[in-house]
Structure formats: structure tokens, C-alpha cells
Design a protein around this ligand. Structure first.
Ligand code: AP5
Ligand code: MG
Length: 221
């Protein structure tokens, strides 16, 4: 499915609880509309794998299911958003996640480069648990799978690149509970923040990924 050309100038924030489908939709939308996909979770996991100072700092928070401190994240995103591929169009997947992050993002963007869309992927909390415990991610290309709803043809092997699929270390039940609590306390207030700015659009994301994607493209026109 190709995206309408207007979507190529979008600067979108994807909001939603863990497991709402932000990454699944962002990957598809960025590929079809040539938007830079900026996932703070993916960036942090990469830093952890590399063993950088930032990764070491973030790891203990991520392992506990807690948000990484604002000061760490804000600097990382501001640097990323200045890269050439993110000059005019991007999707922020998993950022901002606190009010100070949202305010810092607004301050760092000029009027010409401000956020154009905030998409809230709404999914009932009882659905999220099953999505997260069954998720598997390709360690090579980052493709997102699910053992029941989107299984690979061969268990543990990515259909797209042949890489091995793994379970994220924060997708275990006790960590999921903490992540959901962090979401309710620190991230959910962003819905009102963006509603007040008349940017918020809500998608019922408790439907098939294809149906959600179709509606996403319509909203981003
Ligand atoms: P991050 O990686 O951003 O994780 P998250 O927000 O918890 O979100 P997820 O990636 O778990 O879910 P998703 O919405 O992307 O769902 P997905 O598409 O994969 O953050 C991880 C950690 O990093 C945080 O806990 C924190 O420590 C730190 N961090 C990151 N950003 C931060 C920030 N800004 N500030 C501070 N700390 C930060 O889908 C999930 C599963 O569901 C998959 O298996 C998929 O196949 C399936 N699925 C998707 N859509 C559907 C559908 N429509 N129907 C059925 N199944 C579906
Ligand atoms: Mg994600």
C-alpha cells in the first residue's frame, strides 16, 4: 500500500501504551512515506548493545521497566533529529513520554519544523499483556513478530532476513506491569497536552494491523 504524497512532510508523534503497535505502524509508515523512523526504545537498546556510557546509564532503568531520565533522552533525540535524514519529515516512536520531554521537543523545533500530527494508538490494557509476552523481534533487521498473531514460518528465524528472533528482556510479566504503570502515570498526561494543542488524533488500534495502517494514512494526510 503506498502512502499519499502529503504524508511525506509529516512530523508525527506516535503515542500509546507499551504494545499498542507504535513500532509496527511506524516501520510500515516510514517505509512507504519515506519518513525517518526515530524510535527511542530502539536507539537505547542499540546503545546498550554497544556498551556505551549512555547505554550503561539507560540499562538499569530499562531493566526495571522504568523510564530513562528525561535529561538522557532529550539530548539523544535532539541530536538525532538534526541528522540529514530527519530534516523535514519524521515519526517519533516512543518520544515524548513525559511532559518535560514534550515541552523540550516543542522548544527545540522552529515553527516551520513543528510537530504536525500526534497519533494516539488506543488499545485496552488487557490486550497489551498478550501482545507483549508473545512479541519476538529480529535481532538483525528489527522486524516485529508475534508467536501467535504474526508468527515466523520457522520458529526463531526472521522471514525477512533470516536473522534470529528474540524476546525483549523487558517483555516479561513483572516488567510489563511496571512499564504499564509508568505509562499511566507519566505518559498518559500527554494526551491532554496534545489535545489542548489540537494535534491529537486517536486510532482504535485494537483491530488488525492492516486496518489500523489504512486509518493511519488517512489521518496523516
Ligand atoms: P520502547 O521500546 O519504546 O517500548 P514501549 O513504549 O514499551 O513500546 P513497545 O515497543 O513495547 O510497543 P509498541 O507500541 O512499539 O508495539 P509493537 O508494534 O512492537 O521503550 C522501551 C524502554 O526504553 C522503556 O521502558 C524505557 O525504559 C525506555 N524509553 C524509551 N523511550 C523513552 C523515553 N522517551 N523516555 C524515557 N524512557 C524511554 O507491537 C507489540 C506486539 O503486538 C508485536 O508482537 C506486534 O506484532 C503485535 N501487534 C502490533 N499491532 C497489532 C495489532 N494491530 N493487532 C494485533 N497485534 C499487534
Ligand atoms: Mg516499540
Amino acid at each position: 500500500m503506498s502512502a499519499p504524497s502529503k504524508a511525506t512532510n509529516a512530523r508525527a508523534v506516535f503515542l500509546g501504551a507499551p504494545g499498542a503497535g507504535k513500532g509496527t505502524q511506524a516501520k510500515q509508515a516510514s517505509a512507504s512515506a519515506q519518513l525517518a523512523h526515530i524510535s527511542t526504545g530502539d536507539m537505547l537498546r542499540h546503545e546498550v548493545t554497544l556498551g556505551t556510557a549512555l547505554g550503561l546509564q539507560a540499562k538499569s532503568f530499562m531493566d526495571a521497566g522504568k523510564l530513562v531520565p528525561d535529561a538522557v533522552i532529550i539530548g539523544m533525540v535532539q541530536e538525532r533529529i538534526r541528522k540529514p535524514d530527519a530534516k523535514s519529515a519524521w515519526i517519533l516512536d516512543g518520544f515524548p513520554r513525559t511532559l518535560p520531554q514534550a515541552e523540550a521537543l516543542d522548544k527545540s523545533l522552529s515553527a516551520a519544523s513543528a510537530v504536525t500530527h500526534v497519533i494516539y494508538f488506543a488499545v485496552p490494557e488487557q490486550v497489551l499483556f498478550g501482545r507483549l509476552t508473545g512479541r519476538r523481534t529480529c535481532s538483525k533487521c528489527g522486524a516485529i513478530w508475534h508467536v501467535e498473531t504474526k508468527p515466523t514460518k520457522l520458529a526463531g528465524v526472521c522471514d525477512l532476513c533470516g536473522g534470529s528472533t528474540v524476546q525483549r528482556s523487558d517483555d516479561h510479566p513483572e516488567k510489563i506491569s511496571k512499564r504499564l504503570e509508568e505509562y499511566r502515570t507519566l505518559t498518559a498526561p500527554l494526551l491532554a497536552y496534545y489535545k489542548n494543542r489540537k494535534l491529537l488524533r486517536e486510532i482504535d488500534a485494537n483491530r488488525s494491523p492492516a486496518v489500523v495502517f489504512k486509518e493511519l494514512l488517512e489521518l496523516m494526510q
